[in-house]
Design a protein around this ligand. Structure first.
Ligand SMILES: [Zn+2]
Length: 324
């Protein structure tokens, strides 16, 4: 324990205990300090709520720019969606119609983003409406693009198949006959040239001199080449897609042509003759689809103009001479 110290007070003429005075002073200093700190806090709080730091000002300016940018983006997305909608309409109403495929429902094309909760986390933002709307548009555009690109892939594949089909199905006349003079008789009920009874003629006859070239009418594979009862020397070609063509009464088959030979449209496969059940040199030509005889006049579309086609129908519809 230290000794108590005293200090002579000139005003009161008393001795005051020194530690007393120090405590007094300390208390005063303490009060002063606490007061200052409180004032500081008050000023600080007022300051941070009223005055913005340079950093905050920067952020605010940046936010404004982002908002403007979002609005711009939103408008650009509207434009992109309009273009895509246009493409979709052409896709559904033209390409898919031409290639005979169903259109894609718009619910699949656009997806369901309107009521989706995938934008929940964006709701906390002050500009949430704009940001959510823009995000929805962006998602929609991405999806539309994805579906559209798939659709085009599908259509390209179909178009290629169609192209292949067009090369294969019979589409020209089987002999040189630009002036149609060799068209003798068509498909339908005719009087049999030998038995003189009504009989269904399953093909079309082209009268032509012996030795006239005979063409394959579409790309395909020979499935029969040689003698066939009634047909004489004949060639059967399988074109795929359900089509088979028959060429009968040939004088000669092209040399080397045999079962399995690949032929293309316009290729010579033999020569006109009078073999088998036939009453004169001619080519008997048949088109069969899935085993059923078709009217060959519907399969000259690569050869004849519409006028020539009409003329051919008139000629082949006559009940004149059939060579069988
Ligand atoms: Zn015939």
């Amino acid at each position: 324990m230290g000794k108590a110290k005293y200090h002579f007070n000139e005003h009161t003429l008393n001795y005051d205990r020194i530690d007393n005075t120090i405590r007094h002073r300390l208390i005063k200093i303490g009060q002063y300090l606490i007061g200052s700190i409180l004032m500081g806090i008050v000023f600080f709080v007022i300051f941070i709520f009223t005055v913005k730091s340079p950093n905050e000002k920067l952020l605010e300016a940046e936010n404004k720019r982002i908002s403007t940018q979002y609005e711009l983006l939103s408008r650009q997305l509207d434009d992109a969606m309009e273009v895509l909608t246009n493409i979709q309409q052409r896709d559904d109403n033209f390409y898919r119609v031409v290639l005979q495929v169903d259109s894609i429902p718009s619910s699949i094309r656009r997806g369901n983003y309107i009521n989706s909760n995938r934008y929940q986390k964006l709701l906390r933002m002050r500009t949430s409406d704009l940001v959510i709307a823009t995000s929805q548009k962006m998602d929609m555009v991405s999806r539309m693009l994805y579906i559209q690109s798939n659709s085009f892939d599908e259509l390209v594949a179909l178009a290629k198949q169609e192209e292949k089909k067009l090369q294969h199905i019979p589409a020209i006349q089987p002999i040189p006959n630009k002036d149609l003079k060799r068209t003798a008789s068509g498909y339908g009920w005719r009087i049999d040239p030998i038995y003189h009874t009504r009989r269904f003629h399953q093909g079309m006859d082209f009268s032509a001199p012996t030795g006239t070239k005979i063409f394959a009418t579409g790309n395909g594979t020979v499935i029969k080449a040689g003698w066939e009862q009634g047909y004489g020397n004949a060639v059967f070609i399988d074109h795929g897609f359900g089509y088979v063509t028959v060429y009968a009464h040939m004088h000669q088959l092209k040399k080397g042509l045999r079962r399995g030979s690949k032929v293309s449209r316009g290729e010579v496969i033999g020569f006109v003759g009078n073999t088998g059940k036939s009453t004169g040199p001619h080519l008997h030509y048949e088109v069969r689809l899935k085993g059923k005889p078709q009217n060959p006049q519907n399969y000259y579309f690569m050869d004849l103009s519409p006028e020539e086609y009409d003329q051919m129908i008139q000629i082949s519809a006559n009940y004149g001479r059939v060579f069988d």
